[in-house]
Ligand binder design. Structure first.
Ligand SMILES: [Zn+2]
Length: 230
């Protein structure tokens, strides 16, 4: 679906496309949005763990903000994936419908084949879709929003970006350690893409979209518009 003609107060116009990049085991669409069509791609996703719900409305709030304030989209393609694990979100589970933690299912060197991680890397349609999206678009930065550890973690060459985002969101930077087969292990360490894991606090689940944006929106804008972040 292509939607044209968004007009902001500045008269800047950008279009966005909603694209289905995969289907879950239960048949739900894994759907992402491409805002703008500039050369620098930034990927922001939420809900890879379905039991960590606050990131999804925060990404929706980012979309609304960029519609009304499109300057950060200039020269960029912002890719939003608000629900990376639609079955898990629907079921309220960390894993997908097949009981696999998608954030352990990427083809990093530290992948560990065991129950709950998938028998092999990319055994799951959701991780395959995200993998293909990243290899196809080669984002300059990736942000994945989780809960409830209340910190900003990073993998790959992203320390300065992590510090800038943490300051904007009033969260500490914490290195949580490389998790086997995680998105950070693969995209950050294997591919060398600056990859940020935002851990919102548990209580963020109780906040409405506007309050989530008020507290954590600036952090996402830093990720999009980071000068010299690497
Ligand atoms: Zn998580």
């Amino acid at each position: 679906m292509r939607v044209d003609g968004w007009t902001a107060p500045s008269r800047t116009v950008f279009s966005y496309e909603e694209t289905i990049i995969g289907r879950t085991a239960a048949g739900r669409a894994v759907s992402c949005r491409f805002l703008g069509d500039g050369p620098e791609t930034v990927l922001i996703l939420a809900g890879i763990h379905g039991s960590e719900p606050a990131g999804t409305p925060l990404v929706e709030a980012l979309h609304v903000h960029l519609r009304d304030n499109p300057r950060p989209v200039e020269g960029r393609t912002i890719v939003l994936l608000p629900a990376a694990n639609p079955d898990g979100i629907s079921n309220g589970t960390r894993t997908n419908a097949q009981g696999v933690d998608l954030n352990r299912n990427f083809p990093a060197g530290n992948f560990r084949p065991r129950k709950g991680n998938g028998g092999q890397p990319l055994s799951e349609p959701e991780s395959q879709a995200l993998h293909d999206l990243i290899l196809g678009r080669r984002p300059r930065r990736i942000v994945s929003i989780h809960q409830p550890l209340s910190c900003v973690d990073y993998d790959g060459p992203a320390e300065s970006l992590a510090r800038a985002m943490a300051a904007a969101g009033d969260l500490p930077v914490r290195k949580l350690g490389l998790q086997p087969g995680s998105l950070g292990s693969w995209a950050g360490e294997t591919l060398g893409i600056p990859t940020i894991t935002v851990e919102l606090p548990a209580e963020a689940s109780r906040l409405g979209q506007n309050e989530l944006w008020r507290r954590y929106g600036a952090m996402l804008l830093v990720a999009i518009d980071s000068e010299g972040a690497q």
